[in-house]
Ligand binder design. Structure first.
Ligand code: HAM
Length: 425
């Protein structure tokens, strides 16, 4: 391995992916703002205890995956493995509970987990997360899921699946845990699950080891153990989703890998990314603020995995930043005309590329093809004389002439293309 390379599980992000990333961020910021969320900037490093306390000692994140070190002052420091704990800490520390409820925040940034890297599973990855405090109603859960649905619709990400569950509360979960302990007590679980059986049997439902996946068939289902208030909450959410026409699937195995959750849990998954299916995930955490020393404050949130989402979008749109017009100018004079046209088009938000005029036509066509330009505009001495350029549509080789003095004709050409695209959808 070259000494000058990124660490295992850590990626650079560069074009064209960065184009998708920016689109994701812009879409999130615009949409979340409409839903009343403000951006919050939380530190990348925190006291280790922030995470051990909230995420839970028995979780994989705390047990195996945290980047933890002692700083020069002897303090235990951890690179954040997720954002919720920090936002809850910030909420309590800065008494944000005094603001008018509900208080809604979103954040975008890198997270760190020492996981075994594979496709879609990184050691440094980015999340866009959102947290809503001080509302306990199923309407708040439904509103959040509606916002997530809108977000993926705006990005035109197809074939996603929303899975929901309720993992109960302090009142009903102990009984469920007891039932799980009984169910698994004689089972030949993997080493980790043997520990989970003692510390937190719910975690067994999250285990990816084949043997444990097989063993949990027929295990008691949490929804049969919910207390009346949790049941009413969960049914309320299901009805609201149905009422809004948001498709969802009940999945009693969505118990999540973090201990702070109560009641609603959910994941948005895809079949297009291999083993790492979850593109977004979250749930309610009604006790966390109190555990950090704040007033009793219900809360719900979620986070989207940026790398997974960007990869998914790339699958459906491999050329996210392809230009509309590629000007293939042959000669210096043609190049000046092309530049002036391109500037006027860019002014109308129509992406245009002006290539070096010294390149032969064949080279231009190759480049335009690689860039996935929609049209090539060919401009040579003859064309300039006639005041006409030749356009060629790259997808079907259709071609025609266009008036180089009339930028409106170029705009009309781009509009025609967009109309055809729309009618193909
Ligand atoms: P999480 O399920 O651990 O939840 O992560 C949320 C999303 O981050 C996952 O669905 C996935 O898309 C992405 N992700 C997680 N780990 C990795 C990784 N190693 N590599 C690439 N992507 C990854 C949370 O982090 C909670 N804080 C979500 C939340 C917010 N719950 C309430 N509020």
């Amino acid at each position: 391995m070259n000494a000058y390379s990124t660490l295992k599980g850590v990626h650079d992000i560069f074009p064209p992916d960065v184009f998708i990333w920016n689109k994701i961020e812009r879409t999130a910021k615009d949409l979340f703002y409409i839903f009343g969320y403000d951006e919050i900037k939380i530190p990348i490093i925190e006291s280790t205890e922030i995470f051990t306390r909230s995420i839970g000692q028995s979780t994989d994140i705390v047990g195996k995956e945290m980047y933890t070190f002692t700083d020069k002052g002897g303090r235990g420091i951890t690179l954040r493995p997720e954002g919720t704990a920090s936002v809850a800490r910030c909420y309590v520390e800065n008494a944000l509970y005094r603001c008018t409820p509900p208080q809604k925040y979103y954040y975008i940034g890198p997270m760190f987990r020492y996981e075994r890297p594979q496709k879609g599973r990184l050691r440094q990855f980015y999340q866009i997360g959102a947290e809503c405090f001080a509302s306990s109603t199923p309407e708040t859960d439904a509103e959040m899921l509606f916002m997530i649905n809108e977000f993926f619709n705006k990005l035109q990400v197809p074939e996603l699946r929303l899975e929901i569950n309720s993992i109960g509360c302090k009142v009903c979960r102990p009984e469920y845990n007891a039932a799980l302990t009984m169910f698994f007590s004689q089972a030949s679980l993997c080493g980790d699950c043997k520990t989970r059986l003692v510390k937190n049997p719910l975690r067994i439902l999250d285990c990816k080891v084949d043997r444990c996946v097989e063993l949990r068939k027929g295990a008691p289902v949490i929804t049969d153990f919910l207390c009346e208030p949790c049941k009413t909450h969960h049914e309320g959410l299901r009805e609201l989703l149905k009422g809004r026409g948001i498709a969802f699937h009940d999945n009693p195995l969505i118990v999540r890998g973090l201990d702070y959750y109560t009641r609603t849990t959910f994941e948005v998954t895809t079949e297009h990314l291999g083993a790492q299916k979850a593109v977004a995930a979250g749930g309610r955490y009604d006790n966390l603020v109190e555990e950090f020393g704040g007033p009793a404050t219900p809360a719900i949130g979620f986070a989207i995995g940026m790398e997974r989402l960007a990869e998914l979008m790339r699958l459906f749109d491999p050329y996210p930043n392809s230009p509309f017009f590629y000007f293939a100018a042959l000669g210096e004079q043609a190049s000046a005309i092309a530049l002036s046209l391109a500037i006027r088009l860019m002014d109308k938000n129509i992406s245009s590329i002006c290539a070096d005029w010294q390149i032969p036509l064949k080279g231009h066509m190759k480049r335009a093809n690689k860039l996935n330009a929609k049209y090539v505009i060919m401009l040579g001495a003859d064309e300039i004389q006639k005041g006409k350029a030749t356009w060629k549509q790259m997808s079907n080789a259709a071609q025609g002439e266009i008036d180089v003095n009339n930028v409106g004709e170029f705009i009309a050409l781009s509009e025609q293309w967009l109309t055809r695209q729309g009618s193909n959808d």
